[in-house]
Design a protein around this ligand. Sequence first.
Ligand code: GLN
Length: 541
Amino acid sequence: MSKKSLKYIFVAGGVMSGVGKGVAAASIGKILQARGYEVTALKIDPYVNVDAGTMNPTEHGEVFVLDDGTECDQDMGNYERFLGRDLTGANYMTTGSVYLSVIQKERNLEYDGKCVEVVPHIPLEVIERINRAAAKIRAEVVIVEIGGTVGEYQNILFLEAVRMLKLKKPGDVLLALVSYLPLLSKDGELKTKPTQYAVRSLNAAGLQPDIILARAAAPIDKKRKDKIAFNCNVREEDVISAPDIESIYEIPVNFEKDNLSGIILEKLGLKSKKKDMRRWMRLARSMRLSSRKIKIGIVGKYFGTGDFILADSYISVIEAIKHAAYAAGRKPEIEWLNAERLDIKKLKDYDGIIVPGGFGGRGVEGKISAIRYCREKKIPFLGLCYGMQLAVVEFARNVAKFKRAHTTEVNPQTPHPVIDLISDQKEILDKKRYGGSMRLGAYPAVLQKGTIAYSAYRQHLISERHRHRYEVNPVYIKKLEKGGLIFSGFSPDKKLMEIAELPKSVHPFFVGSQFHPEFKSRPLSPHSLFAEFVRVAIMRK
Ligand code: GLN
């Protein structure tokens, strides 16, 4: 039997960014998976940064972390959540990382004395990486999202990779354009012209989209479909309506209303297997129907450029809350509380408070007062990474009476450095080696029986993803425990504290994790800690 060839689906964006290209790519993955195909997904980011780790979240949204420690774009989180599968660094590349390996290969004489050129060598490296990622899990279909918007300078080499691959493997490569149709006024019509220009730009790059996903505030009508089809050289049925919807998890269901998986299988010459989207559809339905609310506040600081950016900075936290809330039959109402301008009394209006990850001194005292309020007023509290570290600081200051306790990240001169750098991190910072040098990715932790953590996980050994430099200072562990804090999770060698909590007799739910549980929450399997947090929050309501 001949080996079946790998099929490639590229997803590019037209007109403007921020219209949900990543979620569209993830949704295409989901519907093909539901048709019985082995699917993986890759993200290509056009920036020169080697990875997303050195960027501020207000620049490019949340930095997502994979099991293997890769610091990547938030869309990788969407892929994991939709496909329900763990990805690796092989599924992510940037202009910087591609150039870096081409240059390294050249230095190692791997190009046999040839002149190494931007074309074809950069696109060839891109193609090789896609093939490698697909081979890793023996994928039958690989979805590749090209960051940025067509027509801009940055992603042209990635489009060139698509062109080269299409030329070499006709029939195995499909290009989907996620394009935006503006609506000029409330009762105006959706405009197709920008999309026509986007397709012209693709044409100029030697490419013709096979499918156009028409993102818009509303579903597109027959007339608009015809117009796009006629002007952009596609069949009318290849124009898929992709209107705004309340929950991103409905998007695969919506795509199937236009038979997207059928169209893709036909175009790629793949057998049409039976559809099985039942669990996903049930999930989407329960999200639509749940009406009883649960109100969660996030005390954060990345308020940079408006709400859009803010939500992007904490996307995995938000999704993890949603997964847990919907599984408990509640509609989550998530609100932002600016740590720098906190009205502390307002915290009592929430069923639960989360202090997420973060860096640096800005907003820290606001977060610490929020944590104190939650502790004293017995409001369910979940601290994630920095949130856990600051909970330890708060406890040290106000309960264990180490008055000026702090993390040395904010106050290197504190008399009580309850959170401090571990030794190899000191060396890293001294050498100013900032990129990819935190404690990153999956590490095991042991849980202590009889604790909230244990009752949430019901497991002795867990594995969670990390992204931090600072740790609970070992010198203070015993002292804090004496004051009543429980370290319910720690590294197997007992050196690093992974979870801190208060006894149930003192507080219904006061838990902080040094790791980021949000990275492993999936819509069909909410994360244990978030689920327990939400459960207690509902119970107290
Ligand atoms: N700034 C803290 C550290 O580096 C926490 C990091 C985080 O919240 N991801 O340890």
